[in-house]
Design a protein around this ligand. Structure first.
Ligand SMILES: [Zn+2]
Length: 478
């Protein structure tokens, strides 16, 4: 065993099982021991603080105002140590080309510019040659394939027959499907109807993307996954009806995982009414009853993960739908049209995710801290084949650790953010609790509010399909 480098002393170490006072000994980039009275040349005092596994953000899009460099910087400041972005053949993301080639480039770029270790999900569009791409990507360590059931007019929607074929291929190779479950034809019908009636202001956004279209798409995706025996991960669940559907399917034995995001737990359509295009995300921000139903789904082990779905964009990009960082630089600023349907989807949330979920969830009495660690550390690591290297504080795991002070009061404010996003929908929110220190593989990431790690030390993490939660001998998800 390598010599111990440091010990994180006297903190309350949190796992999915519970909370216990312990020292954590770190050496050679790994956790060497968790116990009492441990000693090392350097000690980090964590008394009165929680010691969490580094947060894994399993859903994000570092393709707008940020690339992996500034996106991972913002994530690191929010207590995240591992990110799993989506990449694929999307002109609108600034990455046209065969999905496997785009991802090969992104792995190289990420190892050069990211501050954080990263895995990758593939995102498919209709034109992808999935027969070639699925086996190729599996060999590259990409076992998760996302498909959109919406945005047909933006060329992003996967036709049903191709989605079925992709699920069958993924299942055959030991991979999993991920879907954005909203019925895109239904949304376009309503958008056209409102537009014809001249109803294009902000208050028509939520009614144009109603719950029933998420309910329908979840049912359809679940049925296709059952037909093809493909494990299915439902991203960013938002509608109040969904937890009950997922519960029934899970109890029936189907390998289904549910994800939600801080914005579907802690924000409502009020954000759109107040801030217009800035609050436009897909699925839409809904109502308080939806938030509370999703919280209950999370607490009762129906929804498995919380991820950010962070699209780090600038306010001006939202108004006129500008795409990548490079295209913003070359585009003259345009005047917002005031038509909510012309604004772009997506909002930044990765830097606030841990604090918001901790405050509204744990301080708010909706989930326990061990449940937070399950849904933001252990489960994403288990589902995507990164466990037990990531997601847990135990002997032999990577030393990816966050020290969290539950007594620090903060007001969330865009001026304090890192990265290129210049607004947050959580602006002005008061939260109790903040990440104070983090490390990855024993290397200090954030200390004293500053990034300490240099770019070029992050690693690509291939997803291990044999240990993924959905694999026959994989880890069950709590
Ligand atoms: Zn997304």
């Amino acid at each position: 065993m390598a010599k111990a480098d440091c010990v994180i002393k006297g903190g309350l170490v949190v796992s999915g099982e519970g909370i216990a006072r312990a020292d954590v000994l770190v050496g050679g980039g790994k956790i060497q021991q968790v116990g009492s009275n441990l000693k090392a040349p350097k000690a980090i005092d964590a008394s009165g603080k929680y010691v969490l596994p580094g947060i894994i953000d399993a859903h994000n899009h570092p393709v707008y105002a940020d690339k992996l460099d500034t996106f991972s910087l913002a994530a690191a400041h929010g207590g995240v140590t591992t990110i799993i972005p989506f990449f694929g053949n999307f002109a609108s993301w600034g990455t046209p080309g065969k999905t496997s080639e785009v991802i090969k480039r992104m792995i190289e770029e990420g190892e050069r510019i990211s501050y954080l270790d990263f895995a990758i999900h593939a995102a498919f569009v209709a034109e992808d040659d999935i027969k070639v791409e699925v086996p190729k990507l599996m060999k590259m360590g990409i076992p998760s394939f996302k498909m959109f059931m919406t945005y047909p007019r933006r060329g992003m929607m996967m036709p049903d027959e191709k989605m079925l074929a992709a699920m069958a291929l993924a299942a055959g190779e030991g991979g999993m499907a991920m879907v954005h479950a909203e019925n895109g034809y239904g949304i376009d019908y309503l958008v056209d109807k409102f537009t014809a009636e001249g109803k294009v202001s902000r208050e028509y956004f939520m009614p144009s993307q109603p719950n029933v279209l998420e309910v329908e798409a979840v049912h359809r995706a679940v049925a296709y996954a059952a037909l093809t025996d493909c494990p299915l991960y439902l991203v960013h669940l938002s509608a109040r009806e969904i937890p009950e559907i997922v519960r029934q399917m899970k109890q029936g034995g189907q390998r289904i995982y549910g994800e939600t995001c801080p914005q579907y737990l802690s924000l409502t359509n009020q954000a759109v009414l107040e801030r217009g295009a800035l609050g436009k995300v897909g699925p839409p921000l809904r109502e308080k009853e939806d938030n509370e139903a999703i919280w209950r789904g999370l607490a009762s082990h129906i929804i498995d993960t919380v991820a950010s779905d962070s699209c780090n964009v600038k306010a001006e990009q939202k108004e006129w739908g500008g795409a990548s960082r490079d295209s913003i630089a070359s585009s003259p600023a345009r005047k917002p049209s005031g038509n909510i349907f012309e604004a772009r989807f997506g909002a930044p949330s990765v830097e606030q995710m841990l604090q918001v979920v901790y405050h509204d969830g744990v301080n708010g009495g909706r989930i326990t801290l061990p449940r937070l660690v399950q849904t933001m550390c252990e489960n994403p690591a288990k589902i995507f084949g990164l466990y037990p290297k990531k997601g847990v504080i135990q002997t032999g795991a990577d030393a990816d650790i966050v020290v969290f002070d539950p007594a620090v009061r903060c007001t969330i404010n865009a001026d304090k953010m890192h990265g290129n996003a210049d607004y947050t929908l959580f602006e002005g929110k008061e939260v109790l609790g903040a990440p104070m220190f983090s490390m990855q593989r024993g290397e200090v990431l954030i200390e004293g509010g500053e990034i300490r790690r240099k770019q070029g030390n992050a690693r690509f993490l291939p997803g291990n399909r044999d240990t993924a939660a959905y694999a026959r001998n994989g880890y069950p998800v709590a």
